[in-house]
Ligand binder design. Structure first.
Ligand code: NAD
Ligand code: DAU
Length: 354
């Protein structure tokens, strides 16, 4: 590792978004030291970071954010100027099956990290930053019209979003009570490479490829706002460096899709790539029992981030989706690896309940 530069702790860096953020920071800022702290749960995979694992400004530390002693040890071993906190339980369906795990990781883990940062920095906040990466789901569900802004009141409806909302509140509480220099962003649905295949897009790609049923919840009319994961990583970069202390920034793709339309688009792309007859993959679509409490629509107004920090999404959805499909089709080993073991058992249990 460099011994002349800023050291940043990134939590959850072996996961989907975290791995893109780690890669961006390691490559873009050779003068920074990036410490990736991850518990390597079913969702964390160091294969996601193979290309940068031997970079001189990168180090991996295994650890659980709920473990106070381990977090304290890291804050003593390294002098962190910044924390970018992404580690979390992130899947809504899992939160419905096991809410307490989400409280443990997302609430207790975040508060533990806040506490250790506060104690270690001990009021010496000059040049320090605690960046909490959150979700648009904290705002609840929209009807047909309107957008979430930074002023939209929190109204979480799933155990996952309630745990993220709770962690956001603790982050702001540490700012107001202890003056911890925090910033929060709330992002919409990400897509791209290394996305765990329990989430809609990679699950559908994998099932289309294997000619398995495509489980569309309810009538498929729920709407999500999709953002290319590297655009989220770029937003995290600008917010980390230039976002105003104590502020929240919404991040979104201005790119709303009904689930069923998105699944049809994926089927059409995959038919072409796999040289199937047009319409062949769409025959796999299977409507299944809806997700309990399924939020109807998310849509982000990311005007503040654009106005203050000049960020905007870079990629058209159709182009991004095609790149994503190409990545999954040429990384079969990755899929086989992450879908073995724990994930397989969970997946079977979930569908037994439906
Ligand atoms: P992910 O599930 O792919 O990755 C989570 C990572 O956190 C994994 O590497 C996992 O091993 C690690 N982790 C879990 N529990 C841990 C613990 N106790 N200690 C240390 N590490 C632990 O999640 P993701 O989709 O990459 O999401 C990352 C963050 O971004 C989360 O905070 C999520 O709420 C937020 N977010 C996600 C999206 C999205 O579309 N995926 C959108 C907005 C915000
Ligand atoms: O909005 C940001 C959030 O996006 C993040 O905070 C979460 O971490 C992330 O998982 C994601 O949450 P969603 O619940 O929106 O994502 P998911 O991929 O699970 O589902 C997307 C939509 O597709 C949702 O309306 C449910 C539906 N769906 C999902 C799956 C897995 C299906 O119809 N069938 C499925 O098999």
């Amino acid at each position: 590792m460099n011994n002349f530069s800023k050291t940043i702790l990134i939590t959850g860096g072996a996961g989907f978004i975290g791995s893109h953020v780690v890669r961006l920071f390691v490559n873009k800022y050779p003068a920074y030291n990036i410490v990736n702290l991850d518990a390597l749960t079913y969702a964390g995979n160091l294969e996601n970071l193979k290309d940068i694992e031997s970079a001189p400004n990168y180090v991996f530390e295994k650890g659980d954010i709920t473990d106070e002693g381990r977090m304290q040890e890291l804050f003593t071993k390294y002098v962190f100027e910044g924390v970018i906190h992404l580690a979390a339980e992130s899947h809504v369906d899992r939160s419905i099956l096991d809410p307490l795990q989400f409280v443990r990781t997302n609430v207790l883990g975040t508060v533990n990290l806040l506490n250790v940062a506060r104690k270690s920095w001990n009021g010496q906040y000059e040049g320090k930053r605690f960046y909490h990466v959150s979700t648009d789901e904290v705002y609840g569900s929209l009807g047909e019209q309107g957008f979430f802004t930074e002023e939209t009141p929190y109204d979480p409806r799933s155990p996952y979003s309630a745990s993220k909302a709770s962690s956001d509140h603790f982050v702001m509480a540490y700012h107001h009570t202890y003056h911890l220099p925090v910033v929060i962003s709330n992002c919409s649905n990400n897509y791209g490479s290394h996305h765990f295949p329990e989430k809609l897009i990679p699950l559908m790609i994998n099932n289309i490829k294997n000619q398995k049923p495509l489980p569309v919840y309810g009538k498929g009319e729920n709407v999500r706002d999709w953002l290319w994961v590297d655009d989220h990583a770029r937003a995290i970069d600008v917010i980390y460096h230039n976002g105003r202390e104590g502020e929240k920034y919404n991040v979104g793709g201005f790119n709303e899709w009904k689930n069923i339309d998105l699944v049809h688009l994926l089927c059409a792309i995959m038919d072409k790539k796999l040289q199937r007859e047009p319409g062949e993959s769409a025959r796999l679509i299977t409507y299944v029992t809806d997700r309990p409490g399924h939020d109807l629509r998310y849509a982000i107004d990311a005007t503040k981030l654009n106005r203050e920090l000049g960020w905007k999404p870079s990629l058209q959805f159709e182009e991004g989706l095609e790149k994503t499909v190409d990545w999954y089709l040429s990384n079969e080993d990755w899929i086989n690896h992450v879908t073995s073991g724990d994930y397989k058992n969970y997946y079977e249990a979930l569908y037994d309940q439906r």
